[in-house]
Design a protein around this ligand. Structure first.
Ligand SMILES: Cc1cc2nc3c(=O)[nH]c(=O)nc-3n(C[C@H](O)[C@H](O)[C@H](O)COP(=O)(O)OP(=O)(O)OC[C@H]3O[C@@H](n4cnc5c(N)ncnc54)[C@H](O)[C@@H]3O)c2cc1C
Length: 489
Protein backbone atom coordinates (compact mmCIF):
# COMPACT_ATOMS: atom_id res chain seq x y z
CA UNK A 1 0.00 0.00 0.00
CA UNK A 2 1.21 3.53 -0.77
CA UNK A 3 1.57 5.86 2.18
CA UNK A 4 -0.10 9.25 1.98
CA UNK A 5 3.23 11.07 2.28
CA UNK A 6 4.43 9.29 -0.86
CA UNK A 7 1.79 11.09 -2.87
CA UNK A 8 2.77 14.56 -1.80
CA UNK A 9 4.38 16.83 -4.34
CA UNK A 10 8.21 17.02 -4.18
CA UNK A 11 7.99 20.70 -5.19
CA UNK A 12 6.54 21.36 -1.69
CA UNK A 13 8.91 19.42 0.54
CA UNK A 14 7.38 20.89 3.72
CA UNK A 15 4.32 18.77 2.97
CA UNK A 16 6.13 15.48 3.20
CA UNK A 17 9.40 13.61 2.79
CA UNK A 18 11.12 14.13 -0.56
CA UNK A 19 12.81 10.79 -1.01
CA UNK A 20 9.74 8.51 -0.89
CA UNK A 21 7.93 10.75 -3.38
CA UNK A 22 10.85 10.46 -5.77
CA UNK A 23 10.86 6.72 -5.38
CA UNK A 24 7.14 6.59 -6.01
CA UNK A 25 7.54 8.67 -9.20
CA UNK A 26 10.42 6.50 -10.40
CA UNK A 27 8.45 3.37 -9.67
CA UNK A 28 5.59 4.70 -11.82
CA UNK A 29 7.98 5.81 -14.56
CA UNK A 30 9.62 2.39 -14.76
CA UNK A 31 6.25 0.67 -14.66
CA UNK A 32 5.08 2.87 -17.53
CA UNK A 33 8.12 2.57 -19.80
CA UNK A 34 10.22 -0.33 -18.56
CA UNK A 35 13.82 -0.57 -17.36
CA UNK A 36 15.17 -0.60 -20.91
CA UNK A 37 13.94 2.95 -21.36
CA UNK A 38 14.47 4.34 -17.86
CA UNK A 39 17.91 4.41 -16.22
CA UNK A 40 18.14 5.31 -12.54
CA UNK A 41 21.47 3.78 -11.58
CA UNK A 42 23.70 6.63 -10.37
CA UNK A 43 26.77 5.33 -12.25
CA UNK A 44 24.83 5.10 -15.50
CA UNK A 45 23.20 8.49 -15.00
CA UNK A 46 26.46 10.28 -14.20
CA UNK A 47 27.84 10.61 -17.80
CA UNK A 48 24.68 12.57 -18.68
CA UNK A 49 25.30 15.28 -16.10
CA UNK A 50 27.97 17.44 -17.76
CA UNK A 51 28.18 19.53 -20.90
CA UNK A 52 30.54 19.16 -23.87
CA UNK A 53 33.02 21.70 -22.52
CA UNK A 54 32.98 20.29 -19.00
CA UNK A 55 31.94 23.67 -17.63
CA UNK A 56 28.47 22.82 -16.31
CA UNK A 57 27.44 19.94 -14.10
CA UNK A 58 24.08 19.07 -12.54
CA UNK A 59 22.01 16.29 -11.02
CA UNK A 60 19.24 13.99 -12.22
CA UNK A 61 17.28 11.09 -10.82
CA UNK A 62 16.84 9.32 -14.15
CA UNK A 63 17.66 9.27 -17.83
CA UNK A 64 14.80 8.31 -20.14
CA UNK A 65 15.61 7.15 -23.66
CA UNK A 66 12.29 6.55 -25.44
CA UNK A 67 11.92 4.74 -28.75
CA UNK A 68 8.74 6.45 -29.92
CA UNK A 69 6.92 9.77 -29.69
CA UNK A 70 4.15 8.05 -27.75
CA UNK A 71 6.57 6.75 -25.09
CA UNK A 72 8.07 10.20 -24.80
CA UNK A 73 4.60 11.76 -24.48
CA UNK A 74 3.69 9.24 -21.75
CA UNK A 75 6.88 10.11 -19.87
CA UNK A 76 6.22 13.85 -20.13
CA UNK A 77 2.60 13.44 -18.98
CA UNK A 78 3.77 11.59 -15.88
CA UNK A 79 6.47 14.20 -15.17
CA UNK A 80 3.85 16.92 -15.58
CA UNK A 81 1.53 15.20 -13.12
CA UNK A 82 4.30 15.09 -10.50
CA UNK A 83 5.83 18.48 -11.45
CA UNK A 84 9.15 16.81 -12.26
CA UNK A 85 11.60 18.95 -14.27
CA UNK A 86 12.56 17.59 -17.69
CA UNK A 87 15.84 18.27 -19.47
CA UNK A 88 15.65 17.53 -23.22
CA UNK A 89 18.93 16.18 -24.48
CA UNK A 90 20.25 15.94 -28.04
CA UNK A 91 23.87 15.26 -28.94
CA UNK A 92 25.16 17.40 -26.03
CA UNK A 93 27.34 19.55 -28.26
CA UNK A 94 25.61 22.77 -27.19
CA UNK A 95 28.02 25.38 -25.89
CA UNK A 96 25.76 27.18 -23.37
CA UNK A 97 24.92 24.38 -20.92
CA UNK A 98 21.34 24.11 -22.27
CA UNK A 99 21.21 20.32 -22.11
CA UNK A 100 22.85 20.04 -18.69
CA UNK A 101 20.52 19.69 -15.69
CA UNK A 102 20.66 22.15 -12.81
CA UNK A 103 21.44 21.18 -9.21
CA UNK A 104 17.98 19.72 -8.50
CA UNK A 105 18.11 15.97 -7.88
CA UNK A 106 14.53 15.71 -9.19
CA UNK A 107 15.52 16.28 -12.82
CA UNK A 108 14.74 13.72 -15.50
CA UNK A 109 16.91 13.84 -18.59
CA UNK A 110 15.04 12.86 -21.74
CA UNK A 111 17.44 11.77 -24.47
CA UNK A 112 16.29 11.48 -28.07
CA UNK A 113 19.22 9.30 -29.13
CA UNK A 114 17.13 6.20 -29.77
CA UNK A 115 14.57 8.05 -31.88
CA UNK A 116 16.80 8.09 -34.91
CA UNK A 117 14.90 6.90 -37.97
CA UNK A 118 14.80 8.64 -41.33
CA UNK A 119 11.18 8.42 -42.45
CA UNK A 120 11.44 9.73 -45.99
CA UNK A 121 13.71 11.42 -48.46
CA UNK A 122 11.81 12.83 -51.40
CA UNK A 123 14.17 14.06 -54.10
CA UNK A 124 11.25 15.33 -56.22
CA UNK A 125 9.69 17.41 -53.47
CA UNK A 126 13.14 18.15 -51.99
CA UNK A 127 12.17 17.15 -48.47
CA UNK A 128 13.51 14.89 -45.75
CA UNK A 129 11.51 13.75 -42.72
CA UNK A 130 13.43 12.35 -39.75
CA UNK A 131 13.24 11.67 -36.03
CA UNK A 132 14.75 14.35 -33.82
CA UNK A 133 17.49 12.01 -32.58
CA UNK A 134 19.08 11.55 -36.02
CA UNK A 135 22.65 12.78 -36.18
CA UNK A 136 23.01 15.79 -38.48
CA UNK A 137 25.99 14.30 -40.35
CA UNK A 138 24.05 11.07 -41.03
CA UNK A 139 21.17 13.07 -42.49
CA UNK A 140 23.54 15.08 -44.67
CA UNK A 141 25.08 11.84 -45.98
CA UNK A 142 21.65 10.31 -46.58
CA UNK A 143 20.55 13.40 -48.54
CA UNK A 144 23.75 13.19 -50.55
CA UNK A 145 22.99 9.58 -51.50
CA UNK A 146 19.75 10.90 -53.00
CA UNK A 147 21.74 13.54 -54.87
CA UNK A 148 20.49 16.31 -52.62
CA UNK A 149 21.98 18.65 -50.03
CA UNK A 150 20.87 19.20 -46.45
CA UNK A 151 22.37 22.63 -46.05
CA UNK A 152 23.07 23.03 -42.32
CA UNK A 153 26.66 22.03 -41.60
CA UNK A 154 28.80 22.54 -38.51
CA UNK A 155 31.95 21.16 -36.97
CA UNK A 156 29.92 19.14 -34.43
CA UNK A 157 27.63 17.61 -37.07
CA UNK A 158 28.75 14.05 -36.40
CA UNK A 159 27.51 14.29 -32.80
CA UNK A 160 24.74 16.88 -32.76
CA UNK A 161 21.17 15.76 -33.41
CA UNK A 162 18.72 17.37 -35.77
CA UNK A 163 16.32 17.98 -32.85
CA UNK A 164 19.11 19.80 -30.98
CA UNK A 165 19.94 21.74 -34.14
CA UNK A 166 16.29 22.81 -34.41
CA UNK A 167 16.01 23.60 -30.68
CA UNK A 168 19.08 25.87 -30.90
CA UNK A 169 18.32 27.25 -34.38
CA UNK A 170 21.85 26.19 -35.34
CA UNK A 171 23.82 28.21 -37.84
CA UNK A 172 27.13 26.80 -39.07
CA UNK A 173 29.23 27.36 -42.13
CA UNK A 174 26.61 27.55 -44.90
CA UNK A 175 24.33 30.24 -43.49
CA UNK A 176 25.57 32.80 -46.00
CA UNK A 177 24.00 30.81 -48.82
CA UNK A 178 21.14 28.87 -47.24
CA UNK A 179 20.24 30.55 -43.95
CA UNK A 180 20.05 29.06 -40.47
CA UNK A 181 18.17 26.00 -39.25
CA UNK A 182 14.94 28.00 -39.09
CA UNK A 183 15.05 28.42 -42.85
CA UNK A 184 15.46 24.67 -43.43
CA UNK A 185 12.47 23.52 -41.39
CA UNK A 186 9.13 22.90 -43.07
CA UNK A 187 7.37 21.07 -40.25
CA UNK A 188 7.76 19.91 -36.67
CA UNK A 189 6.26 17.32 -34.36
CA UNK A 190 6.78 17.99 -30.66
CA UNK A 191 5.64 16.81 -27.26
CA UNK A 192 4.24 19.66 -25.19
CA UNK A 193 4.99 20.05 -21.47
CA UNK A 194 1.61 18.51 -20.56
CA UNK A 195 2.25 15.44 -22.71
CA UNK A 196 0.07 16.41 -25.69
CA UNK A 197 1.58 15.83 -29.13
CA UNK A 198 1.80 18.90 -31.35
CA UNK A 199 1.45 17.62 -34.91
CA UNK A 200 2.86 20.23 -37.26
CA UNK A 201 4.82 17.76 -39.36
CA UNK A 202 3.93 19.07 -42.80
CA UNK A 203 6.17 19.54 -45.80
CA UNK A 204 4.32 22.42 -47.40
CA UNK A 205 6.34 25.35 -48.70
CA UNK A 206 3.40 27.68 -48.24
CA UNK A 207 0.87 27.66 -45.42
CA UNK A 208 -0.53 30.99 -44.36
CA UNK A 209 -3.16 29.73 -41.97
CA UNK A 210 -2.46 32.00 -39.05
CA UNK A 211 0.47 32.03 -36.66
CA UNK A 212 3.35 29.77 -37.69
CA UNK A 213 3.56 27.89 -34.39
CA UNK A 214 6.45 25.62 -35.35
CA UNK A 215 8.68 28.70 -35.31
CA UNK A 216 8.20 28.91 -31.55
CA UNK A 217 9.95 25.59 -31.00
CA UNK A 218 12.89 26.54 -33.21
CA UNK A 219 15.50 28.21 -31.03
CA UNK A 220 13.46 27.64 -27.85
CA UNK A 221 16.26 25.48 -26.34
CA UNK A 222 13.89 22.84 -25.03
CA UNK A 223 11.88 25.27 -22.91
CA UNK A 224 8.53 24.91 -24.71
CA UNK A 225 8.47 21.21 -25.55
CA UNK A 226 10.49 18.34 -26.95
CA UNK A 227 10.90 18.20 -30.71
CA UNK A 228 10.38 14.61 -31.84
CA UNK A 229 10.39 14.81 -35.64
CA UNK A 230 11.21 17.36 -38.32
CA UNK A 231 10.53 17.87 -42.00
CA UNK A 232 13.45 19.60 -43.71
CA UNK A 233 14.11 21.30 -47.01
CA UNK A 234 16.66 19.77 -49.34
CA UNK A 235 18.61 21.62 -52.01
CA UNK A 236 20.45 20.70 -55.20
CA UNK A 237 23.66 18.87 -54.36
CA UNK A 238 26.58 21.22 -54.91
CA UNK A 239 29.21 18.52 -55.13
CA UNK A 240 31.61 20.59 -57.19
CA UNK A 241 33.54 22.39 -54.49
CA UNK A 242 36.69 24.42 -54.32
CA UNK A 243 38.24 26.31 -51.46
CA UNK A 244 40.95 28.85 -50.94
CA UNK A 245 42.67 29.95 -47.76
CA UNK A 246 43.53 33.62 -48.03
CA UNK A 247 46.04 35.35 -45.78
CA UNK A 248 44.86 38.85 -44.86
CA UNK A 249 46.40 41.82 -43.10
CA UNK A 250 43.37 42.64 -40.94
CA UNK A 251 39.62 42.29 -40.46
CA UNK A 252 39.20 45.41 -42.62
CA UNK A 253 40.93 43.58 -45.49
CA UNK A 254 38.70 40.56 -44.88
CA UNK A 255 35.68 42.84 -45.20
CA UNK A 256 36.95 44.31 -48.48
CA UNK A 257 37.62 40.79 -49.75
CA UNK A 258 34.15 39.70 -48.78
CA UNK A 259 32.42 42.50 -50.62
CA UNK A 260 34.38 41.60 -53.72
CA UNK A 261 33.73 37.84 -53.46
CA UNK A 262 30.00 38.27 -52.81
CA UNK A 263 29.68 40.51 -55.85
CA UNK A 264 31.63 38.17 -58.13
CA UNK A 265 30.42 34.76 -56.98
CA UNK A 266 26.79 35.37 -56.00
CA UNK A 267 25.03 32.18 -54.89
CA UNK A 268 28.11 30.02 -55.55
CA UNK A 269 29.65 31.45 -52.37
CA UNK A 270 29.07 28.68 -49.83
CA UNK A 271 31.20 29.88 -46.92
CA UNK A 272 33.34 32.82 -45.86
CA UNK A 273 35.08 31.96 -42.59
CA UNK A 274 37.60 34.04 -40.67
CA UNK A 275 40.26 33.19 -38.07
CA UNK A 276 43.23 34.95 -36.59
CA UNK A 277 46.86 33.79 -36.45
CA UNK A 278 46.39 32.85 -32.76
CA UNK A 279 43.62 30.39 -33.72
CA UNK A 280 45.79 28.80 -36.40
CA UNK A 281 48.68 28.43 -33.94
CA UNK A 282 46.36 26.73 -31.47
CA UNK A 283 45.14 24.24 -34.08
CA UNK A 284 48.68 23.51 -35.26
CA UNK A 285 49.74 22.94 -31.66
CA UNK A 286 46.86 20.65 -30.69
CA UNK A 287 45.72 18.82 -33.83
CA UNK A 288 47.57 15.78 -35.00
CA UNK A 289 48.57 16.01 -38.65
CA UNK A 290 47.56 19.68 -39.08
CA UNK A 291 50.04 21.51 -41.33
CA UNK A 292 50.89 25.19 -41.59
CA UNK A 293 49.39 26.41 -44.88
CA UNK A 294 51.97 29.15 -45.53
CA UNK A 295 55.73 29.50 -45.05
CA UNK A 296 55.16 32.41 -42.66
CA UNK A 297 52.54 33.73 -40.27
CA UNK A 298 49.97 36.36 -41.30
CA UNK A 299 47.69 38.32 -38.95
CA UNK A 300 44.50 36.57 -40.08
CA UNK A 301 43.01 34.15 -42.59
CA UNK A 302 39.82 33.77 -44.58
CA UNK A 303 38.58 30.40 -45.80
CA UNK A 304 36.36 30.78 -48.83
CA UNK A 305 34.43 27.91 -50.38
CA UNK A 306 32.62 28.08 -53.69
CA UNK A 307 30.27 25.26 -54.66
CA UNK A 308 28.13 24.43 -57.66
CA UNK A 309 26.21 21.59 -59.25
CA UNK A 310 28.47 21.33 -62.30
CA UNK A 311 31.50 22.60 -64.22
CA UNK A 312 34.52 22.37 -61.96
CA UNK A 313 36.79 24.22 -64.38
CA UNK A 314 34.46 27.25 -64.48
CA UNK A 315 34.24 27.30 -60.69
CA UNK A 316 38.00 27.10 -60.29
CA UNK A 317 38.51 29.81 -62.92
CA UNK A 318 36.08 32.06 -61.02
CA UNK A 319 37.91 31.46 -57.76
CA UNK A 320 41.30 32.19 -59.31
CA UNK A 321 39.98 35.36 -60.95
CA UNK A 322 38.57 36.63 -57.66
CA UNK A 323 41.79 35.91 -55.80
CA UNK A 324 44.03 37.58 -58.37
CA UNK A 325 41.82 40.69 -58.22
CA UNK A 326 42.02 40.62 -54.43
CA UNK A 327 45.83 40.39 -54.65
CA UNK A 328 45.90 43.38 -57.00
CA UNK A 329 43.64 45.42 -54.72
CA UNK A 330 45.68 44.57 -51.65
CA UNK A 331 42.93 42.63 -49.82
CA UNK A 332 44.91 39.43 -50.01
CA UNK A 333 48.54 38.83 -49.04
CA UNK A 334 48.85 35.21 -50.04
CA UNK A 335 46.53 32.33 -50.92
CA UNK A 336 46.43 28.52 -51.10
CA UNK A 337 43.84 26.99 -53.40
CA UNK A 338 42.68 23.41 -52.86
CA UNK A 339 43.52 21.15 -55.79
CA UNK A 340 41.66 18.07 -54.51
CA UNK A 341 38.97 17.06 -52.04
CA UNK A 342 41.70 15.94 -49.60
CA UNK A 343 43.30 19.38 -49.73
CA UNK A 344 39.92 21.05 -49.36
CA UNK A 345 39.23 18.98 -46.25
CA UNK A 346 42.69 19.79 -44.85
CA UNK A 347 41.98 23.51 -45.24
CA UNK A 348 38.61 23.10 -43.53
CA UNK A 349 40.20 21.28 -40.61
CA UNK A 350 42.29 24.36 -39.86
CA UNK A 351 39.04 26.23 -39.29
CA UNK A 352 36.83 23.51 -37.84
CA UNK A 353 39.32 22.17 -35.30
CA UNK A 354 39.59 25.51 -33.48
CA UNK A 355 36.93 24.63 -30.85
CA UNK A 356 38.59 21.26 -30.15
CA UNK A 357 41.99 22.94 -29.85
CA UNK A 358 40.53 25.48 -27.42
CA UNK A 359 39.10 22.68 -25.32
CA UNK A 360 42.55 21.07 -25.17
CA UNK A 361 44.13 24.43 -24.28
CA UNK A 362 41.97 24.89 -21.17
CA UNK A 363 39.07 27.13 -20.22
CA UNK A 364 38.27 29.90 -22.71
CA UNK A 365 35.74 32.66 -22.14
CA UNK A 366 33.52 32.27 -25.18
CA UNK A 367 31.41 35.00 -26.70
CA UNK A 368 29.35 33.99 -29.71
CA UNK A 369 28.31 37.40 -30.99
CA UNK A 370 26.90 38.97 -34.12
CA UNK A 371 27.44 42.46 -35.46
CA UNK A 372 26.50 44.54 -38.46
CA UNK A 373 29.17 43.23 -40.87
CA UNK A 374 30.58 46.66 -41.71
CA UNK A 375 31.37 47.34 -38.07
CA UNK A 376 33.44 44.18 -37.45
CA UNK A 377 36.89 45.76 -38.02
CA UNK A 378 36.14 48.75 -35.79
CA UNK A 379 34.57 46.53 -33.13
CA UNK A 380 37.60 44.24 -33.11
CA UNK A 381 40.05 47.03 -32.51
CA UNK A 382 37.94 48.90 -29.95
CA UNK A 383 37.07 45.80 -27.87
CA UNK A 384 40.69 44.67 -27.90
CA UNK A 385 41.83 48.08 -26.67
CA UNK A 386 39.34 47.96 -23.81
CA UNK A 387 40.28 44.40 -22.88
CA UNK A 388 44.00 45.09 -22.93
CA UNK A 389 43.49 48.12 -20.69
CA UNK A 390 42.20 45.71 -18.04
CA UNK A 391 44.09 42.47 -18.77
CA UNK A 392 47.05 43.49 -20.93
CA UNK A 393 48.32 40.02 -21.74
CA UNK A 394 45.09 38.02 -22.10
CA UNK A 395 45.10 35.77 -25.16
CA UNK A 396 42.50 36.46 -27.85
CA UNK A 397 41.12 33.81 -30.21
CA UNK A 398 38.79 35.38 -32.73
CA UNK A 399 37.17 33.34 -35.47
CA UNK A 400 33.80 32.69 -36.96
CA UNK A 401 31.30 33.00 -39.72
CA UNK A 402 32.47 36.42 -40.90
CA UNK A 403 30.08 36.39 -43.85
CA UNK A 404 27.14 36.29 -41.41
CA UNK A 405 28.60 38.97 -39.12
CA UNK A 406 29.12 36.22 -36.53
CA UNK A 407 32.33 36.15 -34.49
CA UNK A 408 33.39 33.74 -31.78
CA UNK A 409 35.24 36.29 -29.68
CA UNK A 410 37.08 34.12 -27.21
CA UNK A 411 39.37 35.27 -24.45
CA UNK A 412 41.81 33.09 -22.56
CA UNK A 413 44.14 33.41 -19.61
CA UNK A 414 47.49 35.21 -19.89
CA UNK A 415 50.39 32.80 -20.53
CA UNK A 416 51.45 32.48 -16.89
CA UNK A 417 48.03 32.60 -15.24
CA UNK A 418 46.41 29.67 -13.44
CA UNK A 419 43.47 27.85 -15.07
CA UNK A 420 41.22 29.43 -12.42
CA UNK A 421 41.74 32.75 -14.22
CA UNK A 422 38.75 32.06 -16.47
CA UNK A 423 36.31 31.67 -13.57
CA UNK A 424 37.63 34.80 -11.84
CA UNK A 425 37.37 36.95 -14.97
CA UNK A 426 34.31 35.48 -16.66
CA UNK A 427 31.77 38.16 -15.70
CA UNK A 428 34.10 41.13 -16.07
CA UNK A 429 35.26 40.07 -19.53
CA UNK A 430 31.70 39.26 -20.66
CA UNK A 431 30.44 42.65 -19.46
CA UNK A 432 33.15 44.38 -21.38
CA UNK A 433 32.67 42.42 -24.62
CA UNK A 434 28.84 42.55 -24.53
CA UNK A 435 28.74 46.28 -23.76
CA UNK A 436 30.86 46.85 -26.83
CA UNK A 437 28.65 44.53 -28.91
CA UNK A 438 25.57 46.45 -27.76
CA UNK A 439 27.15 49.76 -28.66
CA UNK A 440 27.44 48.53 -32.27
CA UNK A 441 23.85 47.25 -32.32
CA UNK A 442 24.94 43.59 -32.25
CA UNK A 443 23.63 40.50 -30.46
CA UNK A 444 25.12 38.72 -27.44
CA UNK A 445 24.19 35.35 -28.97
CA UNK A 446 24.48 34.75 -32.70
CA UNK A 447 23.91 30.99 -32.98
CA UNK A 448 24.69 29.13 -29.75
CA UNK A 449 21.68 30.36 -27.77
CA UNK A 450 21.39 31.41 -24.13
CA UNK A 451 21.24 28.17 -22.11
CA UNK A 452 22.62 28.68 -18.61
CA UNK A 453 25.71 30.49 -19.78
CA UNK A 454 24.20 33.73 -21.00
CA UNK A 455 21.12 34.28 -18.85
CA UNK A 456 22.61 37.20 -16.99
CA UNK A 457 23.56 38.95 -20.22
CA UNK A 458 20.21 38.02 -21.78
CA UNK A 459 18.35 39.89 -19.04
CA UNK A 460 20.73 42.79 -19.32
CA UNK A 461 20.75 43.29 -23.07
CA UNK A 462 17.46 41.96 -24.40
CA UNK A 463 14.57 44.40 -24.68
CA UNK A 464 12.46 43.97 -21.48
CA UNK A 465 9.23 44.08 -23.47
CA UNK A 466 10.41 41.16 -25.61
CA UNK A 467 11.43 39.22 -22.50
CA UNK A 468 7.97 39.83 -21.02
CA UNK A 469 6.31 38.47 -24.18
CA UNK A 470 8.60 35.42 -24.13
CA UNK A 471 7.61 34.77 -20.51
CA UNK A 472 3.94 34.93 -21.45
CA UNK A 473 4.52 32.38 -24.21
CA UNK A 474 6.44 30.17 -21.77
CA UNK A 475 3.60 30.45 -19.26
CA UNK A 476 1.07 29.44 -21.92
CA UNK A 477 3.00 26.34 -22.98
CA UNK A 478 4.50 25.36 -19.65
CA UNK A 479 2.55 26.85 -16.70
CA UNK A 480 4.33 24.56 -14.20
CA UNK A 481 7.77 25.47 -15.50
CA UNK A 482 8.92 21.86 -15.83
CA UNK A 483 10.46 22.09 -19.31
CA UNK A 484 14.21 22.72 -19.06
CA UNK A 485 14.07 25.02 -16.03
CA UNK A 486 16.90 27.48 -15.52
CA UNK A 487 17.61 27.76 -19.25
CA UNK A 488 16.97 30.78 -21.43
CA UNK A 489 14.29 32.54 -19.32
C1 LIG B 1 33.08 21.76 -32.13
C2 LIG B 1 31.75 22.46 -32.11
C3 LIG B 1 31.41 23.28 -33.18
C4 LIG B 1 30.16 23.92 -33.19
N1 LIG B 1 29.85 24.72 -34.25
C5 LIG B 1 28.64 25.31 -34.29
C6 LIG B 1 28.28 26.14 -35.39
O1 LIG B 1 29.05 26.36 -36.32
N2 LIG B 1 27.05 26.68 -35.40
C7 LIG B 1 26.15 26.47 -34.38
O2 LIG B 1 25.03 26.98 -34.44
N3 LIG B 1 26.48 25.71 -33.32
C8 LIG B 1 27.69 25.13 -33.25
N4 LIG B 1 28.03 24.36 -32.17
C9 LIG B 1 27.07 24.21 -31.06
C10 LIG B 1 26.16 22.97 -31.16
O3 LIG B 1 26.72 22.00 -31.99
C11 LIG B 1 24.77 23.36 -31.68
O4 LIG B 1 24.16 24.22 -30.74
C12 LIG B 1 23.87 22.15 -31.92
O5 LIG B 1 22.75 22.58 -32.67
C13 LIG B 1 23.39 21.46 -30.65
O6 LIG B 1 22.77 20.24 -30.98
P1 LIG B 1 22.79 19.01 -29.96
O7 LIG B 1 21.98 17.93 -30.56
O8 LIG B 1 24.16 18.66 -29.56
O9 LIG B 1 21.97 19.65 -28.75
P2 LIG B 1 22.26 19.58 -27.18
O10 LIG B 1 23.57 20.16 -26.86
O11 LIG B 1 21.98 18.23 -26.66
O12 LIG B 1 21.11 20.56 -26.66
C14 LIG B 1 21.13 21.93 -26.98
C15 LIG B 1 19.80 22.57 -26.50
O13 LIG B 1 18.71 22.05 -27.24
C16 LIG B 1 17.79 21.36 -26.39
N5 LIG B 1 17.37 20.17 -27.12
C17 LIG B 1 18.13 19.17 -27.62
N6 LIG B 1 17.38 18.29 -28.29
C18 LIG B 1 16.10 18.74 -28.22
C19 LIG B 1 14.86 18.28 -28.72
N7 LIG B 1 14.75 17.17 -29.45
N8 LIG B 1 13.73 19.00 -28.43
C20 LIG B 1 13.80 20.13 -27.69
N9 LIG B 1 14.96 20.61 -27.20
C21 LIG B 1 16.09 19.93 -27.46
C22 LIG B 1 18.55 21.07 -25.11
O14 LIG B 1 17.69 21.01 -23.99
C23 LIG B 1 19.48 22.27 -25.05
O15 LIG B 1 18.81 23.38 -24.51
C24 LIG B 1 29.26 23.72 -32.12
C25 LIG B 1 29.61 22.88 -31.06
C26 LIG B 1 30.84 22.27 -31.05
C27 LIG B 1 31.17 21.37 -29.91
Amino acid sequence: MIQLTHLLCPRFPFLGPYQPMTQYFLHQLIELLGKDIVTTDACEVSPWLTDWRGVFEGKAQAVVRPLTTQQLADCVRLCSKHAIPIIPRGGNTGLCGGATPDASAENVIVSLDRMNRIHSIDARANTLVADAGCILGDLRRAAQESDRLLAVSLAAEDSSQIGGNAATNAGGVNVLRYGMMREQILGIEAVLPDGRIYDGLRSLRKDNTGYDLKQLFIGSEGTLGIITRVSLKLHARTHIRCAVLVAVESAAHALGLMQQVVGACGPRLQAFEFFTAQCLDLVLGHTEGAQAPFGRTYPAYVLIELADTRNEDALMALLEEVISQALEQGFCQDAVVSASMTQLQALWRLREDISEAQRADGPHLKHDISLPIDSIPEFMSSVEQRLRAVVPDCRLFVFGHFGDGNLHYNVSRPPNAERAWAADWEDRVADLVFAEVASYGGSISAEHGIGQLKRRAFYEYKDPMQIALMKQIKQLFDPNGIMNPGKLL
